[in-house]
Design a binder for this molecule. Sequence first.
Ligand code: TEU
Length: 546
Amino acid sequence: MSARSGPWWRDAVVYQAYVRSFADDDGDGDGDLRGLRSRLPYLHQLGVDALWLNPCYPSPLADGGYDVADYRDIDPRFGTLDDIDDVIHEAHALGIRVLMDLVPNHTSDEHRWFRAALAAPAGSRERNRYLFRDGRGPGGDEPPNDWVSIFGGPAWTRVDEPDGKPGQWYLHLFHPKQPDLNWLNGEVRNEFESILRFWFDRGVDGFRIDVAHGLAKDPQLPDLGVDPDHEAAGSHPHWDQDEVHSVYRRWRTVADSYEERLFVAELFVTPRRAARYLRPDELHMAFNFDFLEATWDAAALRAAIDESMAELAEVGARPAWVLSNHDVTRHVTRYGGGTLGTRRARAAALLMLALPGAVFMYQGEELGLPEVVDLPDDVREDPAFLRSGGAERGRDGCRVPLPWSGTEPSFGFGPSTASWLPQPAEWKELTVERQHDDPASMLWLYRNALALRRRHPALGAGDMTWLDVDDGVLAFSRSPDVLCVVNVVDEPVEVPKRLARYDQIMLASTPMEGTALIPGITAVWLSTRAGTQAPTTMTVTGRGDG
Ligand code: TEU
């Protein structure tokens, strides 16, 4: 029985599937929707509530699919609309909701709108869907302003006009193959509302919204200046402009015309500014990147948790915790790698999963996968790497296809040895099959934690109260009757006598003897009552799970 109340997403555990790297059905080395579908039983047994799919729309993949050429279809590499319908259907039958990834800041340059814009003259309706401007300087040879692309270089690219002469420039905050849309244009707004409906009508339960703070630009497109200090809220010309909120208010009315549809924002703004996106008539949740970015330090972790929870409380929103995603170095590696990184990652998982709110986990974190830091340059595809000439190592190292079974690549990722990025030989120790029967594995820890979280009322809606403990230790209670203690430092710590009544171990990230002493780098969930410990015998079914 579920201990939940409120909308499904309130305390949900959402599993992020990077479709290209999750499971490959046809053996071409790219994951696909049929592969994903065949692994839904695995996700069900893991105990997740929902699935978020990275973009799988038709795309030239100049930025891993965040360059969408058609928002109402599936890329043939990944499958068909029938395949996504099957995924949605079968996920729902297993009680798993499905979120898609919406990319509204920019399209692909291969989107029909952008092609039409290139063929049309300056000042046309077609160009006005994007941000085309004349250049500055003699002959308009210089970009319209000084904005820079996230992937390096200027944020403007000059086009050849239909007559073959160099002409206007278009804005792209990301790759030149990702032209920014003009969100002051009503046609753009209508189109995206229609796209939302298209997917909601197919049964999609919500969207993760890419670069949600980026859509609205200062209409004057002013220079950033030599020393862009835009701490003053709302004063940055292309991030977090107030106008963006009118977009989300409209989207919310669309979502609310369906049942329990969710919007999760990817935002890079302060917690205070993030709360504005989560007002009751806007988006529902935003990823907490301060938590992700906090170093493994008790005070830093606590500050990240407290600050964001305080801001969210003001608007009545729930947090969305995250440790890893497809854009960042995997947390086993961030936390120091090897045994140390793995021990910290285990403790971090129990910390995150004990907090109030939703949790977004990234595929492979349940296997304790590290970042692949030694990918050869010639296999890397991330524009962050390619456009910085390798100065940025980029994000390919967290996108390596999952190891499912066996002892040789592709480790059951697909029916062939192919995988679009090579998997390290050592991953034979980290396959799902290998961890399946190993109680000391990361997979067991996640499965047990998710099962407890689902079943224990404290870990759903329960209140959270910090307890006063030693430096280097985090302790909080969740009512009723769960105490989470995280010993962040590498020395054992005594549990204060006043908490001795919590003498039942529900789940611990390292083996514990008794509850008086918490080993170094360990998180534990304790209870005063017997019978709440983690289920320890579980079987997993599904292709290749052993
Ligand atoms: O990311 C937004 C973003 O600004 C960063 O995470 C960015 O990807 C990183 O700093 C570059 O190295 C979102 C997506 O999550 C990301 O995968 C896309 O590349 C980006 O938007 C563009 O759509």
